[in-house]
Design a protein around this ligand. Structure first.
Ligand code: HEM
Length: 397
């Protein structure tokens, strides 16, 4: 039990949760939290092992009342992220070809061209005004433009799609106002309608995009809702975490200008390791839950059927038993077996794409703006689950 040791509720508010995670890790491999009503796992080896444990599964509980949450509920309970075998296997098999490393490599030129376009726009904005928000003008645009282009969303719809996606994803945070709930429910409906229309249009007039390929796989999806739920998963998965990952990574580099200078001078050789370190250092998604479908014995602890286990991915990434000087941001760290993309059956399908985007965009930014500097203290997004910044104001030094 950890309640006497740390105030877990405060964790959601703090800027730096890692000292708290160290306390949890030191208490043992599985630590019961009364406040959160779940076991917490903060060690690397333990998180890695438990992510692969067949007794622990993802599970989505429909939100109530069912009539007002209907669309949000089916967008989740039909998406593969919240399913297990055999449905998860069937859907993952259908979506995997588009996200295999080979398929992602073929997107290289396209992702590079989008990175150049976005950085060129950013340079113009910085010429026009003294301060520009890096979240709005850089880290958001790339993931949204790339996933929209893969799916086949018309360019003029990208902005609206991003807003709906953000409003829907907000629903996964713990504390929500009634207004946020209403907005999130409406956004879920708008996404479902938009992708329903797009799928119908691609069925009659196929194009060279992923939605056209998916609607062609009639035998894979049990119905249109299942198809749409998994398209929305690709959209939400493809944007939020990477927006935050790029934002926290760039903040980390710009807060210590010598790190940004080092990257600008040496990106030819250190981009791949820098990107992994960005993903490790501040895992964009910090906590994922599993439910025990059987009693699970793990290193002397018994997780009873029905109990929840919270896997603290960011905490695992700072485990000193796995990483030397884990609290140092080291752009040359190698190997870097972080768990930011999770593990086991639900290992992030988009990991090769996220890596490609970050590896393309950061050198383009470094070449164009080596004099980039923070213009104000960046503002963190509240919450523990998603780790990122709301605004990162930058200027040219
Ligand atoms: C830095 C960027 C990203 C991070 C940190 C990240 C993280 C994660 C994590 C932790 C999971 C597994 C959750 C669990 O185990 O319960 C996951 C699953 C997933 N991610 Fe990502 N992700 C990123 C980018 C992307 C991108 C670009 C896509 C593109 C489509 C994507 C698509 C997905 C999908 C479809 C799943 C579900 C996989 C399954 O259930 O089998 N992600 N991601």
């Amino acid at each position: 039990m950890i309640e006497d040791t740390i105030d877990l509720q405060a964790l959601v508010e703090v800027d730096n949760p890692y000292p708290y995670f160290d306390v949890v890790r030191d208490l043992g491999p599985l630590v019961w939290s009364q406040t959160w009503n779940m076991w917490l796992v903060a060690g690397h080896e333990d998180a890695q092992a438990l992510l692969k444990d067949p007794g622990l599964c993802r599970s989505f509980s429909d939100r109530k009342p069912l009539d007002t949450w209907e669309t949000f509920n089916w967008l989740n309970n039909k998406a593969m992220l919240d399913l297990e075998a055999p449905d998860h296997t069937r859907l993952r098999r259908a979506l995997t070809p588009a996200f295999k490393p080979g398929a992602i490599r073929s997107l290289h030129d396209q992702v590079h061209a989008l990175s150049v376009e976005i950085v060129d726009r950013l340079v113009v904005k910085l010429n026009e005004s003294e301060e520009v928000d890096l979240i709005a003008e850089f880290t958001t645009l790339l993931p949204v433009w790339v996933i929209c282009s893969i799916l086949g969303v018309p360019d003029e719809e990208r902005h609206q799609i991003r807003i709906w996606s953000e409003q829907m994803v907000k629903m996964y945070e713990v504390h929500l106002t009634p207004e946020e709930i209403l907005v999130g429910q409406m956004a879920s409906q708008s996404l479902a309608d938009f992708f329903g229309d797009l799928a119908r249009s691609r069925r009659s007039t196929p194009q060279d995009d992923l939605i056209s390929r998916l609607v062609d796989m009639e035998e894979t999806f049990v119905d249109d809702r299942e198809l749409i739920a998994n398209i929305v998963l690709l959209l939400n998965g493809g944007t939020g975490a990477l927006i935050n990952g790029l934002g926290t990574g760039l903040t980390q580099m710009l807060q210590q200008p010598q790190i940004w200078q080092d990257f600008c001078l040496n990106h030819d050789t250190i981009t791949a390791t820098t990107v992994e370190e960005i993903f490790r250092f501040d895992a964009p998604l910090q906590l994922f839950e599993r439910v025990a479908i059987d009693d699970v014995d793990y290193r002397g602890h018994q997780v009873k059927r029905g109990e929840k286990v919270g896997l603290l991915l960011g905490a695992a990434n700072r485990d000193p038993r796995k990483f030397l000087h884990p609290n140092d941001f080291n752009m040359r760290r190698s190997p870097n077996p972080h768990l930011s993309f999770s593990g086991g059956n639900h290992f992030c399908l988009g990991a090769p794409l996220a890596r490609l985007e970050a590896q393309e965009a950061l050198p383009v930014l470094a070449r164009a703006l080596p004099q980039l500097t923070l213009a104000a203290e960046p503002q963190r997004t509240p919450g523990l689950m998603v780790r990122g910044y709301e605004r990162i104001l930058v200027s040219r030094a």
